[in-house]
Structures are given as C-alpha cells and as structure tokens.
Design a protein around this ligand. Structure first.
Ligand code: SF4
Length: 325
C-alpha cells in the first residue's frame, strides 16, 4: 500500500453557541465530531454528504483555515495542528484549495495575471519574470490562453473561472489539493470538462486530491476511495468501486439510490429518507442516523456504532455489521 500523505485522527470542530447576558457558551454545534481517515500519495479521496454534514469544515481544518477543537492532522511527517501560524503558512505552499464558487474566490479588481501571481509572491517564489512565465504556462495547461492574463474574472464563463481557480491552486506546485465542491456551481456539460481536466493534471503533476461533494454521482469517476459523512461523522469509507457496488451503510444506500445508473440491466429502487437532517447542535442519541434509518433497531437509539473495518479496506459505522467482526 502506498504511504499516506495525510493522516487525520479524531478530528473535531465544536462551534460554541453563546447565550445569556454574559455571552457564555450554552451549547455547541458539533460540526465535525471525531473524523479519522488517511489519504495515500497520488490518490483521490472523495468526501460526500448532505449540506451541514461537516465535509467542508473538515476540508478547511486540514489547511487550518479553521482551527480544530480536537484531533490531529499529519501531513508527511509534520503535525499541522501544533504548528505556529508562520510555519503553517509555509506548508500551504504544498496544500492548496479549490473552492466551489470561483467567482467569489477570485478578486474582481485584479487581472488574472495578478491573481495567479499572488501565491508565488506570498511564498517568495521566483523573480517577477519567472512568475509571469509561470502564469502564462499554467493558463495554457488549464486550457486557457496567454492573452487571458490581462483580463478580469467577470470576463470569463463559470467553467473558465474554475480553470483559473485550478491554475491558481497549481502555481506553487502543491502536493495535495483540497477541492471543495469544485464543480457544483457549473452546468452539467461543463462539470465533465473540469473533472477531466483535474484528472489529467493529477497524472501530469503527481497530485493527491481530496474531493468534497454533496453528490455521489460526481465523485464516482474521479475518486479512488470515497468517505461518506453524516452529521459530523464518517459513516462509511471504502474503495470507490466497492462502495458503489456494495454500499453497507443505510445512509450510503439511500444516497446511491438517488444516483441515476446508465445501465438499464442494473436497477436500484429509490430509497426515500424520511425527515430532515437533524441539527448538529442537538444530534440524536446513539446512531445519529436512527431518526431516518429504515433499519433502525432499539440498540441504535442508545449506542453509538463504532467505525470499524467490516471488509478489507471497507469501513462502516452501523450496528447491522457489529457482530460480524
Ligand atoms: Fe441504521 Fe442502526 Fe445502522 Fe444507524 S446503526 S445506520 S440506525 S441500522
């Protein structure tokens, strides 16, 4: 097995809810509540779940854009959670992020050249001439042209803006890219182009990806492994193929049943989940999915299932599989 590039252990983010005259914390929103996983060098790990499941907060904690409440993140041999702000800034050269809304993440008053050059300036990389050369090279690599360098973000389509966002992430030659819903804001026809571009770039530059999405259909073609999150916890994690062919967790089964299958010989009944996703400030006891699970048993209401390896490399947190291993 390839060595992990990133190790995440027991990661938590509890945001305080303050109240009363003194503004003391009266409760906490458990946005991320004990997530552990590893990312191997060169792979793409998809992280999927409904909005509010904690996937984006997890992504931001990996870069320390949000500081974790608990847990450890180790990148290569460095424990990121204990680094000073200055040391963390240096590491960000190796870990870059691509955001969902490229328009919001690109400064509208700056030219593309200035936007792309900025990460190099921040990290003190290259002379002015070398930086400009790199901007032009990367524009070509992501399928744009050198003449686009003098234009502003509003002069581009959504798909082109995401290409600029990807080029910006690549400027510092990172090892890991965390892509947070990078194609969700794009038309379906453009989504495939951007996904294909990301795949090509991964091979060319030996990149490792964490690909965050709310839709299992989107991550399927790009991910080697997929983790599914529900209410701040990871409930299933496995090789992509196994997850799609034999989903174990009832929540994954429900999410997958909503993904259209192009092969008519392979049918799946749609599983409609009842109710809304509960509030992370007051998650249900035991298995947090029990209020919506079609297989819920008595034990599910009182005991939290452990996240365990049920089949080789296939982890699940569900009492249905507790006795088998
Ligand atoms: Fe459903 Fe129980 Fe499994 Fe939770 S532990 S997913 S409620 S069967």
């Amino acid at each position: 097995m390839t060595e992990p590039l990133l190790k995440v252990e027991g990661l938590k983010k509890h945001f305080p809810i303050t109240g009363g005259i003194m503004g003391r914390p009266v409760n906490h929103v458990k946005a991320v509540d004990g997530v552990s996983f590893q990312v191997r060098k060169g792979e793409t790990l998809g992280i999927v779940g409904e909005s509010g499941c904690g996937k984006s907060t997890t992504g931001r904690m990996l870069m320390r854009l949000i500081d974790p409440s608990e847990g450890k993140v180790t990148f290569e041999d460095k424990e990121l959670t204990s680094l000073s702000k200055a040391d963390m800034r240096k590491i960000r050269r190796d870990i870059q992020m691509v955001f969902q809304d490229p328009y919001a993440s690109l400064n509208p008053r700056h030219t593309v050249e200035r936007i792309l050059e900025e990460p190099l300036i921040v990290h003190g990389m290259g002379s002015a001439k070398e930086r400009k050369k790199k901007v032009h090279e990367l524009l070509e690599i992501v399928g744009l042209s050198s003449y686009h360098a003098k234009r502003y973000p509003h002069q581009f389509s959504g798909g082109q803006r995401q290409r600029i966002g990807i080029a910006r992430a690549l400027m510092t030659q990172p090892k890991l890219i965390i892509a947070d819903e990078p194609v969700s804001a794009l038309d379906v026809s453009i989504q495939a182009q951007v996904l294909n571009l990301m795949k090509e770039l991964q091979e060319e530059f030996d990149l490792t990806y964490i690909f965050i999405a709310h839709d299992l259909g989107v991550v399927r073609h790009i991910s080697d492994r997929v983790g599914v999150m529900y209410l701040g916890k990871m409930v299933e994690l496995s090789e992509s193929e196994n997850l799609y062919v034999e989903p174990l967790h009832p929540y994954t089964q429900a999410l997958l049943s909503a993904v259209p299958i192009p092969d008519p010989a392979f049918e799946r009944d749609t599983i409609l989940l009842q109710g809304d996703i509960p509030s992370p400030s007051n998650p249900p006891s035991g298995c947090a999915f029990h209020t919506r699970c079609p297989h819920a048993m008595d034990v599910c209401r009182s005991k939290t299932p452990e996240f365990k390896e049920h089949l080789p490399g296939h982890y699940v947190a569900c009492h249905l599989y507790e006795d088998s291993k």
